[in-house]
Design a protein around this ligand. Structure first.
Ligand code: SF4
Length: 499
């Protein structure tokens, strides 16, 4: 009997090689690796989600009559070796893992790999599309995706004649926004959930964060229930406030589908099909449908494609020479009086999740401005977010957020002072710091570091048309010396955990 090996981010009976598994013909192997679990400090909701997902999939397969060898092992390799020794399969087949290290491991273990079918874009599609292009721009890739898959298209042109609704989708948070955001779907924890939590504790897995509260779907039916809820109740209001940040709501109108997508429970095609149908039925405005499609069909697939196209060495880049450790506020070793950072970290602690602008313009922005080493930030995000994975964190952190690839992915560094955060959130009201001040004890650290960053990297960005105006403005500041002196104090205080 052949073995089908299912990995922890391949939790879908209908996907890849697992879709072909039949009772009496295939045996399925599931390994819970103690080395993987003990190798990092995970957010407890992430470790719990992956294990409950594996155990629910095992139960689903067994209910169908498929034999599953579900084992806890010192490592993935040890689990496979024990399986081979007990069952002697003629072949072990798996869907390609979603990381370079995973693929190299399965090659070494002589596992036959079938193509990864969890994305619309194959691992080589983006590279083939990008051949001969000077710049691999998201907008070009996204339009190529729209055309080849036909989403929100009228023949070869976009419905309504416009590709992009970004300008409509950057509204400030509504002032009366407290009741705008329906509660996400939530499951009651059952015996499988409690068994996993007991095991994590018993195995000494180093975890962090609030205990699971049922927010994250751990099976395909649960993921589909979230997709229904999102399209029905949240998508219509998603677009305008997709970049807004509010102290009173951790989720706003976001889908919260990224963990389910990244663990394979739902396919991006299913998500895009639902968005398309809701728009065609007149239930969702074009700006929301297009804004969400841009994230799933555009950005997510773009990041996946770049990860494979640029290869494993991409993660080691550090073009700006940033070498500082993570701030102790990120690791929980110190509090912070920066209300934007404290709120985002509290969201992360409670849910293992924060939305894309909190990641990019609060956590990423601060790290870039302060000179945190990009690889440390990548690893930290990978461990701390419930939707973390190397393929998503490496391009997002190294390329988009930290400009560590020297501009291959993003043509300008994503930096801002307190003014942007103030515009897009309610964080600055009530903050210890003054978002308009750039010097003095109460100056907003983002504002101080923003001007210092532009001055510090003026030579590099002076010829970049997307940021040269800000660089020149920094160079003309009458108090630039005082700003730069304050920036030294701010970076020291950030590292000391006293900011
Ligand atoms: Fe963040 Fe500065 Fe606003 Fe405080 S004033 S919340 S530190 S941006």
């Amino acid at each position: 009997m052949d073995t089908v090996w299912v990995l922890g981010d391949q939790l879908n009976r209908r996907s890849g090689v697992l879709a072909q598994a039949r009772p009496g013909i295939h045996r399925v192997l599931v390994v819970e690796s103690l080395a993987k679990l003990r190798g990092r400090r995970w957010h407890v909701q992430r470790a719990h989600l992956v294990l409950t997902g594996l155990r629910r999939l095992t139960a689903e397969l067994r209910a169908e009559g498929v034999e599953v060898d579900h084992r806890v092992a010192p490592s993935l390799a040890a689990g496979l070796a024990a399986h081979r020794s007990e069952f002697g399969p003629a072949r072990v087949v798996a869907m390609e893992p979603a990381s370079w290290d995973g693929r190299h491991l399965l090659e070494r273990l002589d596992v036959e790999m079938m193509p990864n079918e969890q994305f619309l874009t194959s691992t080589t599609d983006l590279g083939e599309w990008a051949q001969g292009r000077k710049q691999v721009k998201l907008e070009d890739f996204y339009r190529w995706q729209r055309r080849r898959f036909g989403y929100l298209m009228d023949g070869d042109e976009p419905v309504t004649g416009r590709w992009n609704y970004d300008t409509e989708n950057r509204e400030r948070p509504p002032k009366d926004g407290r009741n705008h955001w329906p509660e996400p779907v939530r499951d009651t924890l059952d015996d499988i959930d409690h068994g996993v939590l007991d095991d994590l504790s018993h195995w000494g897995v180093n975890t962090w964060g609030a205990a699971p509260q049922g927010w994250w779907p751990s099976s395909r039916p649960r993921a589909l229930a979230r997709l229904d809820h999102f399209v029905e109740h949240l998508l219509p209001r998603f677009g305008p406030h997709e970049d807004a940040m509010l102290t009173s709501s951790w989720h706003l109108a976001h889908s919260l589908l990224s963990p389910a997508l990244n663990l394979g429970m739902v396919h991006p095609r299913e998500v895009c099909d639902r968005v398309e149908a809701a728009y065609r039925e007149g239930r969702v405005p074009i700006a929301s449908a297009e804004g969400f499609l841009r994230q799933v069909l555009g950005w997510r697939e773009y990041v996946w494609g770049l990860y494979w196209w640029w290869g494993p060495s991409y993660r080691d880049q550090n073009a700006l020479g940033a070498t500082d450790p993570l701030p102790p506020s990120f690791t929980g070793a110190a509090p912070t009086r920066m209300r934007c950072v404290a709120t985002t970290l509290a969201d992360l602690e409670q849910h293992g999740w924060a939305h894309h602008i909190q990641r990019l313009m609060v956590l990423g922005n601060l790290s870039l401005l302060a000179g945190v080493e990009p690889q440390r930030l990548t690893d930290w995000m990978w461990e701390r977010f419930v939707d973390g994975a190397e393929w998503v964190m490496v391009p997002n952190v190294i390329g988009m957020s930290q400009h560590a690839d020297g501009g291959r992915m993003a043509t300008k560094p994503y930096v801002s002072g307190g003014a942007y955060i103030d515009k897009m959130s309610d964080y600055c009201r009530g903050c210890h710091y003054d978002r308009t001040a750039r010097t003095g004890e109460r100056a907003c650290p983002f504002t101080t570091l923003y001007w210092d960053f532009l001055a510090r990297h003026a030579d590099r960005f002076a010829r970049n048309p997307r940021i040269v105006t800000q660089v020149r403005a920094a160079q003309k500041l009458g108090d630039l010396e005082a700003v730069r002196a304050r920036a030294v104090e701010v970076r020291a205080a950030l590292q000391a955990g006293t900011l």
